[in-house]
Ligand binder design. Structure first.
Ligand code: ADP
Ligand code: MG
Length: 728
């Protein structure tokens, strides 16, 4: 059989990049394939339009008659756009998106065909999606799953299918997806934050969380990627000797984008813009063949949908340009992996960013209120927030000196640290007129509208304030942002609710003025949440020790990190905020643990297969070549052959050692897997995979990589790092 690698190399060398077609004005293409307000006004009755708007603004229900009207309008629009199918588009707990297409086409009673799509098809579906993970929620036969329309995220046409964003819930109402808990968390946030925002502006009716993600990814030549079973099956390379050149020259970062990649990006952006994804920036990232794409921020639920849609579109467009796109958090050893920073803030319906300092002391007090409450929330629930970014693939990144550590901390910069230090000195109870003036002029008043030293950001911080938003940096590139966004919004909502209670109590019982009460509570929060603030180097060992002294959690792997999800405090929190009940939390935890086990299990299987059926045979073939040569030399030189064959004998010996070692370790790994599989609970299994199976991967890899260095290049079966990473 011809060597896959060389076939692939031949193909990849012959590639020419497709010409870039200029996309014209983005603003004209924007949202072409989205059933947005403009289309709704055109295709819906005024009554239907108003109902959809108020459902999306206030979460009000849409009755069946109106749903029928909306469905009729949506169908007319979709057919006019050439759509043939519709689907409820949802986010099962696998982390990806799912869809099941139905044709609009239907047969009516007299045998004629018609294009059918009514309110009932729009509002609710029962996909036979019983194979999605449910963590036991759907064990019983009656526990069917339903998808239900989310009118806050507009329908869109992808290829020829009308996609309707939906939640996925069990018959009993429990969430089977990542969207339902997110929507509940965002609702809790709206309620809590609106209450607090009204201290400062009575006109605020609604607060929504905003999210701007930054998607990092790798592009690898499709043919080369396909020659590697590990990339195809696990999304990362399980073996591979680092290329002579990695990212040490920093010559890729923000460099000129290679032409083939640029035509991929243009194509991608054109598609994205039509789908209403407001893509904005693109650039090379730190590692070779690594890139980043960021949109303009949006309301968090819509932004999550757009990120998931974008990842689907990227896979398709990459394929069209003969690339494979890798979202795995650590596809290659020795160079940076990929993350997805989540920039987060809160915005009012009056157009104010609540985390943006303003031009008046009152606006700044509002800013400080939301700022300090966020800090306090992260301090109280740091371990829970950490758990929301736990996954088998993200374990490779967190704490590996390229992404933030698994310890949560907050960076706010010197200017704001100084402000908080001053606020700590505010008097208890009523404030004298002098103190008030002093606070207004010299403390709160001094917060500049633009925070200068935040340009000097601490890149090692997992949760950094960057001028007018917080940036959560530990989120993995592959992850559904709904998970961290659900936790972050829940904990901040809970904190704001608590804050309002305390402030109101001071106003009612202690007769303090509103601003006095706010200052009093903020002072206490600043004092009690100090341990979470850290301005230093988050990558250093010193911080690990310091964090331990501060009693911050440091859960280094997924099975450990997930435990807190079902702690008494977490259960109480999610219940109080109406985000998840205990059954859902247990189910979600179980699904995450099972996903962890399966990922490591698949990696173990592929690694075993690669060693036994590719790497050992290549090593043995080369051994035979060497032996043949040594034997031939012996025939010619007799006993003197040892001298002329010295190098061959030495290489033969080295190969022999690695062959023995790599096989032994692989066999041990397979045994460890077997005993992990025999454990009774998913928790024990996950821990066994983490502690007893996974550690073998690195040692197996190290022998395999040494073999790669020794064996003749033409015998090596897998595309090498330099080929995967430097093919342009
Ligand atoms: P970087 O972190 O790479 O320096 P920027 O500061 O330019 O990037 O912003 C990164 C992201 O922050 C963008 O995706 C942008 O949409 C998002 N962003 C900006 N303002 C907000 C906000 N108020 N809420 C949420 N995200 C925001
Ligand atoms: Mg960033």
């Amino acid at each position: 059989m011809p060597n896959m690698r060389f076939e692939a190399l031949k193909k990849s060398l012959r590639r020419e990049h497709t010409q870039i077609e200029e996309m014209g004005k983005r603003s004209e293409l924007f949202g072409q394939q989205v059933f947005n307000e403009e289309k709704m006004l055109q295709f819906l009755t005024r009554e239907a339009f108003d109902n959809v708007k108020s459902a999306s603004f206030q979460g009000s229900k849409i009755d069946r008659k109106i749903a029928d009207q909306v469905a009729e309008g949506m169908k007319a629009w979709a057919l006019s756009m050439g759509a043939t199918h519709y689907t409820h588009w949802f986010q099962p707990l696998t982390g990806a998106t799912a869809e099941k297409h139905d044709a609009f086409f239907d047969i009516i009673s007299d045998g004629r065909a018609m294009e059918k799509f009514g309110g009932s098809q729009l509002v609710q579906q029962e996909p036979d999606a019983s194979s999605f993970p449910s963590g036991g929620i759907r064990n019983t036969f009656e526990a069917r799953g339903y998808t239900a329309w989310d009118p806050t995220s507009p329908a869109f046409i992808y290829k020829t299918t009308l996609c309707i964003p939906t939640i996925f819930v069990a018959y009993t109402g429990e969430a089977l997806d990542n969207k339902a808990p997110l929507l509940r968390a965002l609702h809790a946030m709206d309620e809590a934050a609106t209450g607090v925002a009204q201290y400062f502006d009575k006109n605020v009716r609604k607060v929504h969380a905003t999210l701007g993600w930054e998607q990092e990814y790798f592009l690898v030549d499709k043919e080369l990627a396909r020659s590697r079973p590990d990339l195809v099956m696990t999304g990362r390379t399980l073996v591979g000797n680092p290329a002579a050149k990695g990212q040490q020259l920093d010559d890729h970062y923000f460099g000129v984008i290679p032409p083939r990649v640029l035509s991929f990006m243009s194509d991608l952006e054109k598609q994205s813009v039509k789908l209403g994804i407001p893509v904005k920036t693109r650039h090379n990232e730190v590692a070779p063949n690594q890139f980043e794409l960021a949109p303009v921020f949006e309301e968090a639920n819509l932004s999550v949908d757009h990120n998931l849609l974008l990842m689907d579109v990227m896979e398709e467009i990459a394929d069209r340009h003969s690339f494979m796109v890798l979202f795995h958090e650590k596809p290659f050893a020795g160079i940076n992996g990929s993350g997805k920073h989540n920039n987060w803030s809160l915005a009012t319906d009056t157009g104010v960013n609540l985390l943006s300092p303003g031009s008046t002391p009152m606006k700044n007090l509002q800013f400080l209120t939301f700022f300090v409450n966020t800090i306090k929330a992260v301090d109280t629930y740091e371990e829970l927030l950490r758990s929301s970014i736990a996954s088998a693939s993200n374990d490779h990144r967190l704490g590996a000196n390229e992404a933030p550590p698994s310890i949560l901390s907050i960076f706010i910069g010197k200017q704001l640290s100084d402000v908080l230090d001053e606020l700590e000195g505010v008097s208890k109870g009523k404030l004298s007129p002098e103190e008030k003036t002093e606070l207004k002029l010299n403390v709160v008043g001094k917060i500049p509208e633009i925070l200068l030293d935040n340009t000097d950001r601490n890149r090692t911080s997992p949760f950094a304030f960057t001028g007018n938003k917080f940036e959560m940096r530990g989120v993995g590139a592959k992850m559904n942002c709904a998970k961290p966004m659900t936790v972050l919004n829940t904990i901040v909502a809970k904190q704001l609710k608590q804050f309002k209670k305390e402030v109101d109590a001071l106003i009612d019982k202690k007769k303090l003025k509103k601003d006095e009460a706010v200052f009093n509570i903020l002072r206490e929060y600043i004092k009690s949440s100090k341990r979470i603030r850290f301005e230093g180097d988050g990558y250093g060992m010193q911080w690990q020790e310091e964090a331990r002294r501060r009693k911050l959690s440091n859960n280094k792997n997924t099975p450990e990190a997930l435990q807190v999800l079902t702690s008494k405090e977490s259960v109480a929190l999610f219940k109080e905020m109406d985000v998840m009940n205990e059954v859902e939390l247990r189910a979600h935890q179980e699904v995450e643990l099972a996903a962890y086990v399966m990922h490591i299990q698949i990696e173990g299987r592929i690694l075993g297969e690669m060693i036994y059926t590719h790497i050992l045979p290549a090593a043995i073939r080369y051994q035979n070549l060497l032996l043949e040569n040594i034997n031939n030399l012996k025939e010619v030189y007799g006993a003197a052959h040892k001298k002329v064959a010295e190098s061959q004998l030495n290489i033969l010996e080295q190969i022999g050692e690695h062959v023995v070692a790599v096989k032994k370790l692989t066999d041990e790994m397979i045994e460890a897997r077997k005993s992990a599989n025999s454990l009774a609970t998913i928790n024990k299994k996950a821990q066994a995979y983490c502690n007893n199976v996974k550690p073998y991967f690195d040692s197996i890899r190290s022998h395999s990589d040494k073999l790669e260095k020794l064996i003749a290049d033409d015998l090596w079966p897998f595309a090498k790092y330099r080929e995967l990473l430097f093919a342009k």
